[in-house]
Design a protein around this ligand. Structure first.
Ligand code: FMN
Length: 370
């Protein structure tokens, strides 16, 4: 209700400024035990029926915060209090990288979408790691890693750059997501190219084996672009299976623009970028179906795209739709911009009602029965 009143004001402001101020507020609230407890009272109730076990980890509920919202690891305290079952911090790159110049965000209110052209800005793994080492995680934290977006870092050096971050974060992460798609960089190649992916995954496997000594074994997920064609996706699935990737986050933002209501001239003036929110959802649904078929449903899928953006849709129904399609967890980002922080509670309460209506005693039972 409060957010509905605030939204016209926020949407009248520069989206980058709103995000910066949100992070600042979140950072302040994260530091205060009193504030965290208050926020938890209002926004973060949990229901036993929603607990799930995925990737060897226990989650209070299946709804997570997608990567990109807290790139620098400043908000884990408050994100847990808001009722999320997990979050991804990042994308984090080995070296600091400034990202692209402003403007980097374009809201598409008529489509309930957002285009971002941030360019993988990161304070770098050392700074983010130091910050996170001081935090007492209350929910599973996925560390989302990406190659430093410096186009000069290529070939063998690119693989080393990525593995450097893996080694740093392995002990701390609950799981690691590899952001393989790179719609925001000027570099021609990305890790979704099989010729780069194969040597990378092979080296990653060795690094994982080394890191497992003295550490609990950690799950590795690959985050995929929903724009992959069949041949690339097929090869990616084969390589993922060969080199022990444990699951997929589907997906990242899309470069496609068809069917949007937003004025083409406005989008052209903004330029390239990754589209998230409601228009992404159909692409993510198709991608989940393709991956589910290719993996015969054996590999956990984290669905990500468009949840909570469309005011005419029940967001719990949208999450339920993803779970029925084969996902084990669901993440969101853009929905928070359109509907505010109470979205998580609405989804979780709605999921409990759906389970009751379907005569399913809890979500664990549902995931087992699929
Ligand atoms: C502003 C913004 C920044 C993002 N940055 C990242 C990122 O650094 N790494 C990443 O893996 N995904 C990033 N994403 C993609 C989201 O994690 C998510 O995959 C995508 O937005 C689809 O979900 P949504 O429709 O719920 O927003 C970003 C998305 C947005 C909107």
């Amino acid at each position: 209700m409060l957010y509905r009143l605030l939204r016209p004001l926020l949407f009248g402001m520069n989206p980058e400024l709103v995000h910066r101020q949100t992070i600042r507020l979140g950072r302040t609230l994260s530091r205060s035990v009193l504030a965290r407890n208050l926020v938890k009272q209002v926004y973060g109730p949990q229901w036993k029926a929603l607990r799930v076990r995925v990737l060897g980890l226990e989650f209070d509920n299946p709804v997570g915060l997608a990567a990109g919202f807290d790139k620098q690891g400043e908000l884990p305290g408050i994100i847990a209090a808001l009722g999320f079952g997990h979050m991804e911090v990042g994308s984090i790159s080995a070296r600091p990288w400034p990202g692209n110049l402003s403007p980097t965000l374009l809201r598409l209110p008529g489509d309930q979408g957002l285009i971002n052209y941030l360019g993988l800005n990161s304070e770098g793994s050392e700074t983010v790691l130091k910050r996170l080492q001081k935090v007492d995680f209350r929910i599973p934290i996925g560390i989302n890693l990406v190659k430093t977006a410096d186009p000069e870092i290529a070939g063998e050096e690119a693989i080393e750059d990525y593995l450097d971050s893996v080694r740093k974060f392995y002990p701390l992460a609950d799981y690691i997501t590899l952001n393989l798609s790179c719609p925001n960089t000027v570099e021609g190649k990305c890790f979704e190219d099989p010729e780069l992916l194969q040597p990378f995954l092979s080296r990653l496997q060795k690094t994982r084996n080394e890191m497992e000594t003295g550490n609990r074994s950690k799950a590795f997920l690959a985050k995929l672009s929903p724009d992959l064609d069949d041949s690339r996706l097929g090869r990616l699935m084969e390589l993922s299976q060969e080199y022990g990737i444990d699951g997929f986050v589907i997906g990242n933002t899309t470069s496609r623009r068809e069917g949007l209501k937003t004025n083409q001239g406005r989008m052209n003036a903004f330029g390239p970028g990754g589209l998230s929110g409601r228009p992404l959802k159909k692409h993510v649904e198709q991608m989940i179906d393709r991956v589910f078929r290719l993996t015969e449903g054996r590999v956990p899928i984290v669905a990500c795209g468009g949840v909570g953006c469309d005011p005419d849709q029940d967001p719990a129904g949208e999450v339920w739709g993803y779970l029925k399609r084969g996902a084990s967890l669901v993440q969101m980002y853009t929905g928070l911009i359109y509907q505010g922080p109470s979205l998580v509670k609405r989804i979780n309460r709605g999921l409990v009602n759906i389970l009751q209506a379907e005569g399913i005693s809890n979500l664990k039972e549902f995931l087992r029965s699929r």
